[in-house]
Ligand binder design. Structure first.
Ligand SMILES: *Cc1c(COP(=O)(O)O)cnc(C)c1O
Length: 408
């Protein structure tokens, strides 16, 4: 008899995206001629930078020669990529992060879930509400939560509401916590954190010996030079934070797969017997045992992001999506809607009109404008009354979608 992991049975059946696709399917069946525009997805749409493609093509040719063939690489990533990341993403911004502290992987989604492997049971965990669902579901799967209540909130998690009332800045936990998930720029709200706000979190974590799990997947979208890109821009963060980064959203690697996790040397957790244990060694051991590295070809593609040509192409990609976001912001404001985000993130977070809930607004846009977005309530109870539109689409589709919404 093979027992299953009963924690999986606690998961609220992936409700959001299946329900969206059910409603879209039903609409399309009834309206076969309607041309739908999807602004609901969190996936990039523009092609891969030339610099990355050239580097990957060259790497493939190298792999076809006896001298240039690469078998298993280092589980932590090739030294040249880790050096490039440490230099360009961290040291250039004044962060004291070395190549050795960079772990290259095939995605932030898996890293932000896998990190639970090296963290113990019994941690008190804080997440924002609304939240990127991976943080919550990975804790459920790992048995770190209780059952879900009728509102979909799991026992054992501290939910920190982020709404217009607090400027989408989570309050510091009222009850003490040990693990804190933060995502800035934020998916889904598009909010960013100032240096002062991040410092408050770092100070809290240092005081309570808590660990911050900082997801910076959207840092490349930050437009204001005063806003930190990395938690390590804050003094003391090396002692209390792990950071996740990805090439998915800046360089369009969602289908190519490359990301990284930063675990500073000297960052510790506590063992059951009360000893301080370095997390770097545990994560290194975890990756060496359960992961065999990212393909040489893809790592060469990621390295090219830091070349002169790569940097200018990535900049152009970001500008393109941010121009989409600016169009969405402008048009929705003109349409009389209250909107947030979209200034340093590819997501615009819309307050639904009075008397219309998240799903009601979803149906309204689907039926009247044939535009598909994402109901805020799908990201958490406090997302009720909000709606997410993504800037990841062609200019033509964004303009058309906005023209239809304007005409409502
Ligand atoms: C897209 C995204 C990521 C990146 O995930 P990958 O697995 O690297 O593609 C990470 N965090 C958030 C919040 C995201 O939206």
């Amino acid at each position: 008899m093979a027992l299953v992991n009963g924690n999986y049975l606690k998961l609220k059946a992936g409700y959001l995206f299946p329900e969206i696709s059910r409603r879209v399917k039903a609409f399309s069946a009834a309206n076969p001629d309607a041309a739908l525009i999807r602004l609901g997805i969190g996936d990039v749409t523009e092609p891969l930078p030339q610099a990355c493609r050239t580097a990957m093509k060259n790497a493939i040719d190298e792999m076809g020669t006896p001298e240039g063939f690469h078998g298993y690489g280092p589980e932590q990533g090739y030294g040249w990529l880790r050096e490039a990341i440490a230099k360009h993403d961290f040291q250039a911004r004044g962060c004291d992060i070395s190549a050795e502290e960079i772990f290259v992987s095939d995605g932030s989604k898996c890293d932000s879930s896998n990190i639970l492997d090296i963290l113990g049971e019994g941690n008190r965990i804080a997440v924002t509400d609304p939240v990127y669902p991976v943080y919550v579901d990975s804790n459920v799967m790992a048995g770190r939560t209780g059952e879900a209540d009728d509102g979909g909130r799991y026992g054992g998690l501290s939910y920190l509401p982020i709404t217009a009332t607090n400027g989408f800045s989570a309050p510091l936990p009222a009850e003490p916590v040990d693990l804190i998930y933060l995502c800035f720029p934020n998916n889904p709200t598009g909010a960013v954190a100032t240096r002062e706000q991040l410092k408050a979190w770092v100070d809290y974590a240092l005081e309570h010996k808590a660990l911050i799990l900082f997801d910076a997947a959207y840092e490349a979208f930050i437009q204001d030079p005063e806003i930190p890109h990395s938690i390590y821009e804050i003094e003391g963060a090396r002692q209390c934070a792990i950071e996740f980064r990805s090439f998915s959203k800046n360089a369009g690697f969602t289908g190519t797969r490359c990301a990284l996790t930063v675990v500073p040397k000297g960052l510790t957790g506590t063992s059951a017997s009360g000893e301080e244990v370095e997390l770097w060694g545990l994560w290194n051991r975890r990756q060496s045992t359960k992961f065999n590295g990212v393909s040489y070809i893809v790592q060469r593609g990621a390295e090219a992001v830091y070349s002169k040509a790569g940097q200018s192409e990535v900049k152009a990609l970001i500008s393109f999506y941010m121009e989409n976001a600016a169009i969405i912001r402008r048009e929705l404001t003109n349409a009389g809607l209250t909107i947030y985000g979209g200034e340093h993130a590819p997501y615009v977070w819309i307050k639904t009109p009075a008397g219309v809930d998240s799903w009601g607004f979803f149906d309204h846009l689907l039926n009247k404008a044939n535009v598909v977005g994402t109901p805020g309530s799908g990201f958490g109870a406090a997302g009720e009354g909000y709606f997410r539109l993504s800037a990841f689409n062609s200019r033509e589709n964004v303009n058309e979608a906005m023209a239809r919404i304007r005409a409502l």
